[in-house]
Ligand binder design. Sequence first.
Ligand code: NDP
Ligand code: MG
Length: 388
Amino acid sequence: MQNRNIVILGSTGSIGTQTLDVVRRDEKLKVIGLTAHSNIVLLETQILEFMPQVVCVVQEDKAVELQNRLKALKIQTEVVSGEKGLLTVATLQQAELVITAVVGMVGLLPTIEAIKNGKNIALANKETLVTAGEIVMQLARENHASIIPVDSEHSAIFQCLQGNDRSSVSKLILTASGGPFRDYSYERLQQITVEDALKHPNWVMGHKITIDSATLMNKGLEVIEAKHLFDISLSQIEVIVHKESIIHSMVEYQDGSTIAQLGYPDMRHPISYAIYYPKRIDTPYIEKLNLSRVKTLSFEEPRVDLFPCLQLAYEALEIGGTMPAVLNAANEVVVESFLNRQVSFMEIPKIIHKVMQKHICIDRPTLNDILECDKWAREYSRRKVEKC
Ligand code: NDP
Ligand code: MG
């Protein structure tokens, strides 16, 4: 393989650091751009190891601080800042692959610009497709940019589709761990603290997605992501709770065969698959599955009565237009408020529902419509949070 230049947006996060762990084992992968929001301590360590051409620190004062530190160390890496800086890194001329691992809708515009510049995308940032899936997928087709999923369920489905005729797919089956409160009663759910919600049983991830996993909104966002990535109708997407997180998702075909992708939960697998696709490389650092040790694989229906976020996501997708962007924006605001202890766990779906009810949906939205509705939904959600 020839050298490949890659950029990682959100390199200081959970996916970002695991991506760098894959990258550091292959000298042919050259990191030319990295970004962080404010964690310049970790970003500096990454700069010293990978020597990228450019980094972006979104928070301006932190960018200046990092610039001064690099100057003192006589490091040549250029530092850019703000959300504009994210666009600079996402569109670096020599970049061949952009890994989008920032959290939240902030990933949308850099991903769009990267696609417009013909970059291939390894997509972890699911909010990009949730908010503007049609626009992003259309742009990717027009610019011949491939979007390879990093989200483990979508990577699994993508792998299960390889070599098969898309028109013979009858169903996509997304597995869900069910989160830490899978077996809780309504009464117990009222008592949940931030600390409880941050303890995911199978995965170590960033705070936002960990809370989304506990509310099942993560699965809802993934249903929307799957619809756009695989161009399939909502009625052909099923969610099943599989608490062991060994089967990462499945594809059912018309001939009655169901193909699944299995492995221990380790995001370095979907990350390396996305980087090297269509090749599979040897990854001795990823533990191989031992089914006799796993023993049992269990499955059950999701409890939408207790975890209404999944249902809200289905509704948003069914309504379409700007509604999924509004669902996403409300969720980002309310989850942050939950992490700041301003709202309770059970208030999360209630507030999102209120914001969706208030929204006047725009069909066939432009990017600008989506950005405007995102802004409105954030403001309205904040007002609702203040009333709690
Ligand atoms: P983390 O919170 O761990 O990391 C987020 C990254 O984005 C950090 O580099 C952070 O910088 C940066 N960031 C945060 N806010 C902003 C902002 N406003 N502008 C620009 N950059 C920002 O998140 P994860 O790695 O867990 O998740 C990243 C994405 O991948 C999410 O969309 C998530 O849904 C998806 N995903 C994650 C999985 C996982 O296992 N973690 C699995 C599947 C999908 P800083 O460190 O400076 O704050
Ligand atoms: Mg996932």
